[in-house]
Design a protein around this ligand. Structure first.
Ligand code: CA
Length: 512
């Protein structure tokens, strides 16, 4: 073989590697906070318009059965990063956990393989991010107005403006300055739509003329569901007129709230002017009993949805940025919330429970060339799957300790079957008084074991009782299915090596 031939062969051999390296997709993951699928157009919501999230659905896929493994802020982000359940990644709750940043994450795997990586915005994992090319995060929950950011050099910087806009500004700035020769993975962490639902100034009046229908089970009495009856997250009792709904009787009272005190004079003036007029109206109405509870619900919906407007708008800015910079075709965009949220169902706000509104999360993905535009995917997916899916897309082998599964094969071949059941474990036993619990959902049935605060079982037929009002556990008719589900639950617990749950499962309890 002559020299030229050798060179040609070597070139041909290297060609696929070469083009592969160039074609590795960029990845943008937008993680919001407490964003309910019930409020998103792509999920059939009539409550508000979400044109930008809907754009991801139109150009990609909406996952209608996406769930999380532990429905609360920090733990969900730890699961997304590690692809491991809370008992494996160590971040079990928001009260006592801090993230062990030395463990492996999909970000570290991407970094090792030539990706530039960044996390910007809400992080909520207590310890500093590790393994990123760049990060700039909100400390803890962060603030909606004039938020502080923690910087890589250890300093803290206050930035004037509204959190969602600033987070997007920082993200675009990082993209502008990145090394164009390398693929990137950017995580944008939004604070919206977390409590206390503070809208951006232009959005304050957006829902003033709307009246929202009460969910059918708004006046749930929690019959036969002890954990639900003991919770402290109801619109009636837990939601505060001041702290949550911004009804203050004086400017002095308003300024006692750190979130309002930190505003500049202009923000404060516009904000308080609006809420003072609402408060005046409330006083004139002189409401009590259910009328007051329903008024609180309406105010909650207005504030929450107005806060979601800014989230959706800034997601639109991300998509526009990709368009303008010719990145759309080679960039995967994933949008998800850290968990779902109750929008008055069972009379609640907040999350935590394994009930659908909290357990389920919005999740959408655009992946040009791989996902057919307008795909509606009904497989049972979990936030646990994000890490392995992203690595799969980047052509990087998935570390064995990751417990999630890449869902790309399910997208490429819609005849493949995904998981048959989903395992869930919630640990926190503090704020909002939700009992720790674990359980499984098969899509048809859900079995939950509460422990610690409440010792009880719950069983739901999700097809017949989608709002989970009728606990069937202990009914003779359901004994057979219960036995089968407990066996299946035990198998999942073993598969995921949840030793703590295994011990509890073995302990018999006097039922309810
Ligand atoms: Ca959250």
């Amino acid at each position: 073989m002559n020299k030229n031939m050798n060179a040609i062969l070597a070139f041909l051999f290297l060609l696929p590697l070469f083009s592969f390296a160039q074609q590795r997709p960029n990845i943008v993951i937008i993680v919001s906070d407490d964003h309910a699928f019930q409020t998103i157009g792509a999920y059939g919501s009539q409550l508000m318009q979400t044109p930008n999230i809907d754009r991801i659905a139109k150009e990609g896929a909406v996952f209608t059965k996406a769930y999380n493994t532990n429905s609360i802020c920090g733990p969900s982000r730890a699961v997304i990063l590690t692809g491991k359940y809370s008992h494996k990644n160590g971040f079990k709750d928001n009260e006592n956990s801090s993230f062990d940043g030395s463990q492996n994450t999909f970000i570290k795997e991407l970094g090792k393989n030539g990706y530039q990586t960044a996390w910007i915005g809400k992080w909520h994992l207590e310890t500093q991010p590790q393994g990123f090319s760049f990060w700039q995060i909100l400390p803890g929950q962060g603030s909606y107005y004039n938020p502080d950011f923690l910087l890589m050099d250890g300093n803290k910087k206050r930035m004037e403006g509204y959190a969602a806009n600033i987070v997007e500004d920082i993200a675009e700035d990082w993209l502008n300055k990145r090394d164009n020769s390398k693929p990137f993975c950017l995580v944008i962490g939004h604070k919206n739509t977390h409590r206390t639902w503070m809208p951006d100034l232009p959005d304050l009046r957006s829902f003033d003329n709307k009246i929202f229908p009460l969910p059918d089970n708004f006046y749930d009495t929690y019959n036969n569901r002890k954990a639900a009856s003991l919770q402290d997250m109801s619109i009636a009792k837990t939601m505060l007129l001041g702290y949550d709904l911004k009804m203050f009787d004086s400017k002095e009272a308003a300024l006692k709230e750190g979130s309002i005190k930190r505003m500049n004079a202009n923000q404060q003036q516009q904000y308080l002017q609006y809420y003072d007029s609402v408060n005046q109206d409330l006083k004139n109405k002189n409401l009590s009993g259910n009328s007051l509870v329903e008024w609180k619900y309406q105010r909650y919906m207005k504030d929450y949805l107005a806060t979601a407007l800014s989230l959706d708008r800034n997601i639109g800015r991300t998509l526009d940025y990709l368009d303008k910079n010719n990145l759309t075709q080679n960039t995967i965009v994933i949008y998800l919330s850290d968990q779902g949220f109750f929008m008055g169902e069972h009379g609640w706000f907040d999350k935590r429970f394994m009930y659908e509104e909290s357990f389920r999360t919005p999740m959408l993905m655009r992946y040009p060339g791989i996902i057919k535009p307008g795909t509606i995917n009904k497989q049972m997916l979990m936030n646990l799957d994000i890490a392995p899916t992203v690595l799969d897309a980047a052509g990087i082998s998935i570390p064995e300790e990751m417990q999630g599964k890449s869902f790309l094969p399910l997208i490429r071949n819609n005849k493949l079957n995904g998981r048959k059941a989903m395992y869930y474990h919630y640990y926190e036993n503090g704020e909002h008084a939700v009992s720790p619990h674990f359980g499984l959902s098969t899509g048809e049935y859900k079995l939950i074991r509460f422990y610690k605060r409440v010792e009880s079982w719950e069983l739901y037929n999700l097809k017949k009782d989608p709002t989970e009002m009728n606990n069937l556990y202990g009914q003779k008719k359901y004994q057979k299915i219960t036995t089968k589900l407990i066996k299946q639950l035990n198998e999942l617990i073993k598969q995921y090596e949840d030793v703590e749950a295994e011990k509890i499962l073995l302990k018999p309890i006097a039922q309810n």
